[in-house]
Each structure stands twice: as C-alpha cells, then as structure tokens.
Design a protein around this ligand. Structure first.
Ligand code: G6P
Length: 371
C-alpha cells in the first residue's frame, strides 16, 4: 500500500530517502573516547597489525561498495586491498593465508557465490569478516566475525540504502585497522570519524535533488543507452549508476573510468547520447577535476547530452553541463555517499516512466541463493 511505501510510488524511493538513518544506525556505537570501537572484529590488536592483505569479495552492488572501500583502506592503512567478484574469486586460486583478512560484503548474507568464497577463504585459513544487513544469515554464521549494517529491511530488489551502509561499515573497518597499526592516520581517526558522522546530514542535502532528478528521468525515458563516467571513487559510483539503470530500466548502460574515454568509450558518443559524469571536487581534487572538465568538453563537442553530478559551487563545470545536479561538498573518500543518491533516483524514475515495476525488476531476485 501507499502507506507502507511512506507515501511513495515505490519502496525504492522510500529506501533512498531512508539513507541518512541507515548511515546513522550503522555508525552508532562505534566511536568512543576518540577511538573507533569495533569489538565485532574479534581480532586482537596484534592480529590487526599482522594483516598483510585484504580481499573484499562480493556480488552486484555490494561489490561496488568494496571498490569504494579499497580507496579508503589502502590510503588509511597502507595494506594492499583487492576487490573481487565472489564468483571469480572462488574459482581462481587466490593467495590466502592466516594474515589475510577477507571481507565478505552481502546485504542478504545468503548470496551463493559470496558464501562459497567465504568457505574457500576459511579452508585457506584466512580470517573472514562478514559485512551483512541480515541478522543470523548464512554468510555471517560461517564467518569468523560479523559487522552488521543497520540499514533496516530493504524491500526494493535493487540495493540502495544497504550500499551506503556497506561503505560506512567498510570505512569503520579501515579506520580500526589504521588505529591498530599506528599508521599516520591513526592520530586522525577522530577527525575521519567526525567527517563520517557528518554524512547523514550531507545525504539529507543530496536528497533535495530528488525532484530535479525525477524530472530528468522522465526526459530520458526514451533513450537507447546511457553512459556513466567517473574517476577515483567516482569510478565505482559510475559503475553503480550504470548497474542500477540496467537492473531497473532494462536500458543499456555502461560505467567507465573517465581516463579510459580515449581508449574506446568515446567511439560510442553520438548526437543526443546521455552521459552522466560524476565530478570530483574542484578544490579537493583539482587536477582530476580539470581532466574531467576536458573529457566533458570532448564528449559535448561530439553531441553528447552531459548530465553532471558536481559539488555545490563548482562553477568551472557549469558551462559544459546540459544538466547540472549539485551535491554537498564533502571529503573525497566520502563523496560516493552523496553522489550515488541522484543516480539511484535517476534509474528508478526512468524505470517508472517506462512503465516498469521499480521494486521488482524482471529476472532479478533480492537474494541470489543459486549460482
Ligand atoms: C542481487 C540484488 C542486488 C545485490 C546482489 C548482491 O543481484 O538484486 O541488489 O547487490 O544480489 O546481494 P547481497 O545480498 O549479497 O548483497
């Protein structure tokens, strides 16, 4: 009923709007006396210091959360992080040992490939931490430890609020590792945590774009395809934006690292093709920002319709944006938490405009318990 959906046409929009609370609930209780508190890890400080490699394994949207986490964990902890699709990891013979930390991300905790990846990692004596949204599910039961995201139940088949919660949970793990290992960020976990704790409000602000993006979604409903470009943490956001559009609107959508534009994707640009660009901060990442502005000019000159997700106050990109969607200025590593929001709305609204069931897309299941 409409009441269950919080007055919305579909659950997914309600769940998109619940993202600030999903973040708050996931972060709650994990910071005290200037320190990250993650007793769930069930590893001693010495164990955390001994970790020499992190593998993140996941499927779908959870995999994209892992891709985002890699940027933060490597930066804060100086530990190599590999992010791998669970279905590839388990058949590949990855190098694992006692000092490997495997982080298995799964909203449902029941995804068959992720579960098999967990089992494989444990036979290799790696330590497995599940990041999961469902209490007592199989993946946490078979892992050494579990950190729950507290996004609340997610009805829409396509993940939204659990994605943001997964990123936040991974960031807590990264900060806990940095703290235990005494990297140069160990003294800054309080500041990093405060920035994370400010994100629910930033996401609330990002949600003010909903009406603008819904309008845009209606305009784009007849497009044949949409491309998504990003760099740094904006790259996994581009992948997630494209995945959402495929899942919900059954539209051909591809996400690319903007630096790869000249190595192929630019050949796809034709008159009127919508291209969504996730901009880095003009101040925080000035160099990458300048490179992306030049990419946008190139594709616009070839006829693309440019849809630009940019930090508020980004005037340099405005002249090249056929549609400018602004999100609040936040530290670069946290940007996916705000820039993903309009992409979720865009996919849902294009799907709705095309007459599809946003909450139950064809051929997809909320949890994929078979290979
Ligand atoms: C399905 C869902 C996706 C989800 C993926 C992984 O494909 O439709 O939204 O990202 O499974 O699910 P998990 O429960 O493991 O996070």
């Amino acid at each position: 009923s409409a009441a269950e959906k919080g007055g919305h046409d579909y659950f997914m929009l309600k769940e998109i709007e619940e993202q600030p609370e999903a973040l708050e609930n996931t972060l709650r209780g994990h910071f005290s006396d200037g320190r990250i508190v993650l007793d769930e890890l069930r590893l001693t400080e010495q164990d955390l210091r001994d970790v020499d490699k992190v593998f993140v394994v996941a499927c779908g949207t959870a995999y994209h959360a892992g891709l985002v986490a890699k940027y933060a964990i490597e930066h804060w902890c100086r530990i190599p992080v590999e992010v791998e699709l669970a279905s590839e990891f388990r058949y590949r013979d990855p190098v694992l040992g006692r000092d490997t930390l495997v982080v298995a991300i799964s909203q449902s905790g029941e995804t068959a490939d992720t579960l098999e990846a967990v089992r494989h990692a444990r036979t290799q004596r790696a330590r497995v931490l599940a990041i999961c949204n469902t209490n007592g599910a199989q993946i946490p039961r078979e892992s050494d430890a579990v950190l729950y995201t507290h996004a609340g139940p997610e009805i829409g088949v396509a993940a939204t609020k659990t994605f943001l919660a997964q990123i936040a949970a991974n960031y807590l793990v990264g900060l806990a590792l940095a703290q235990a290992r005494g990297t140069k960020y160990a003294d800054e976990v309080a500041r990093e945590h405060a920035e994370l704790a400010a994100m629910p409000d930033a996401v609330r602000q990002a949600l003010t774009t909903v009406d603008q993006v819904r309008q845009l979604g209606q305009e784009l409903a007849d497009s044949k395809a949409v491309l998504f470009l990003g760099r740094h943490v904006g790259y996994p956001v581009a992948l997630e934006g494209a995945l959402k559009l495929k899942e919900l609107a059954y539209m051909h959508a591809e996400g690319f690292a903007a630096g790869e534009l000249k190595h192929g994707p630019i050949a796809l640009i034709e008159e009127g093709l919508p291209v969504v660009v996730v901009m880095p901060s003009p101040t925080g990442r000035a160099l990458l920002h300048a490179k992306l502005v030049s990419n946008i000019r190139e594709i616009q000159a070839r006829g693309a319709r440019t849809i630009v997700i940019a930090e508020e106050g980004d005037e340099a990109v405005r002249p090249f944006a056929d549609e400018l969607i602004t999100v609040p200025a936040v530290p670069t590593l946290l940007q996916p938490l705000v820039s993903t929001v309009p992409l979720q709305v865009l996919a849902a609204e294009i799907a709705r405009a095309r007459g599809y069931d946003v909450d139950k897309p064809r051929n997809l299941a909320k949890s994929v318990t078979v290979e």
